[in-house]
Design a protein around this ligand. Structure first.
Ligand code: AHG
Ligand code: MN
Ligand code: MN
Length: 334
């Protein structure tokens, strides 16, 4: 008889027993609830298109929203209703989002990319939700202010993602390793399926959008070319794997090992190279997970988790993955 799988709630209880703040445990459970609904909606997104529901009103007379906005609203409403945050920031909302009155007593702010990989929704490729949690800096009792959000990634109290793929998974860290849970659709429970994830020290997978190679600096282009060259170094030639959803590309590389690169690029001579991915709710959470699993994450020169943000929506270059691959990448940039 297979031993009883540990549910997310049991796992959280176990972590609280050894010191995890119960309020943070509750917040993580509060994030899981709307994401389970997003998973269900993702699984019928194609159906909505077939039934011509998308972009019009559905049978209930409700306006059918884009999945990004639908997901955004689900998470905001759930966290407000639970009162588990004193403020939120989302890729889909320019301004920071006020909490409910109850939320003003919370010690935590949440930042999220409610639907990552939007361009893949209607071609049935895995997408996800990414979240990052910080302790507020100021005293309890009022809505969070911008400074509560603009903390370096090393201060994250928790971070993780939901991957809506062949199964729905939650991968998270509260700073004490990385654990993966798989949604059991029958019970609606997340069950611990990947305890203590450690990413391989070296992997043969590299993930990047090579259509952007012309915008990269020479050292980055040469490094990626070396990955494809049988004589280019250890573990060559590597395999290119890139689906264009950060959650999916990151999750595969976390389990199998390798390196993901979204380098800074400049599209016009003289342009300052710029990153595409968002620091606060894409790069920071993934960087925490990468480091907690034994890998590392940089913007090409600086550790992602050391970057001090100046805006909630700022973008960054992101290179992250297995420790040996990352050490080799760093050496190639000298
Ligand atoms: P989002 O859908 O939240 O905007 O994120 C898309 C991001 C990320 O998921 C992915 O790694 C990257 O965009 C892909 O960018 P390209 O299509 O430029 O390769
Ligand atoms: Mn995204
Ligand atoms: Mn998004």
């Amino acid at each position: 008889m297979a031993e009883q799988a540990i549910s997310l709630s049991d796992w959280l209880e176990g972590r609280v027993a050894v010191g995890l703040d119960p309020a943070l445990a509750g917040l993580l459970a509060d994030i899981a609830r709307p994401c389970t609904k997003i998973a269900a909606e993702v699984n019928r997104a194609g159906l909505a298109d077939i039934l011509g529901l998308s972009g019009t009103t559905n049978v209930h007379g409700e306006e059918v929203k884009k999945l990004d906005l639908y997901s955004d609203q689900l998470i905001i409403d759930a966290l407000r209703q639970a009162g588990s945050v004193c403020g939120m920031a989302s890729e889909e909302d320019e301004e920071i989002i006020a909490p409910s009155a109850a939320g003003e007593q919370s010690d935590y702010v949440a930042l999220f990319d409610p639907l990552d990989g939007s361009s893949n929704i209607d071609v049935n490729i895995s997408i996800g939700t990414i979240f990052s949690v910080f302790r507020r800096l100021g005293p309890r009792g009022s809505a969070a202010v911008l400074e509560d959000f603009l903390q370096p990634g090393s201060a994250q109290a928790a971070a993780g993602y939901f991957a809506y793929g062949s199964s729905t998974m939650l991968v998270l860290s509260t700073g004490d390793g990385v654990d993966g849970f798989t949604l059991d659709p029958r019970s609606g429970e997340y069950l611990l399926s990947h305890p203590g994830i450690i990413t391989p020290a070296r992997g043969s997978i590299y993930s990047c959008n090579e259509g952007n190679a012309w915008t990269w600096d020479k050292a980055t282009r040469d490094y990626v070319d070396s990955l494809k060259d049988p004589a280019g170094g250890e573990g060559r030639p590597c395999s290119g794997r890139y689906v264009g959803s950060l959650v999916a590309d990151f999750h595969r590389n976390l389990l199998k090992g390798g390196i993901f690169l979204y380098p800074a690029g400049s599209k016009k001579p003289g342009d300052k190279p710029a990153g595409k991915l968002r620091l606060m709710y894409e790069a920071n959470p993934m960087a925490l997970l990468a480091e907690q699993a034994g890998g590392s994450a940089s913007d090409g020169s600086t550790r992602i988790l050391d970057l001090v943000p100046s805006s909630v929506h700022q973008r960054t270059a992101l290179i992250l993955g297995s420790s040996d691959n990352m050490a080799e990448y760093r050496a190639s940039q000298k």
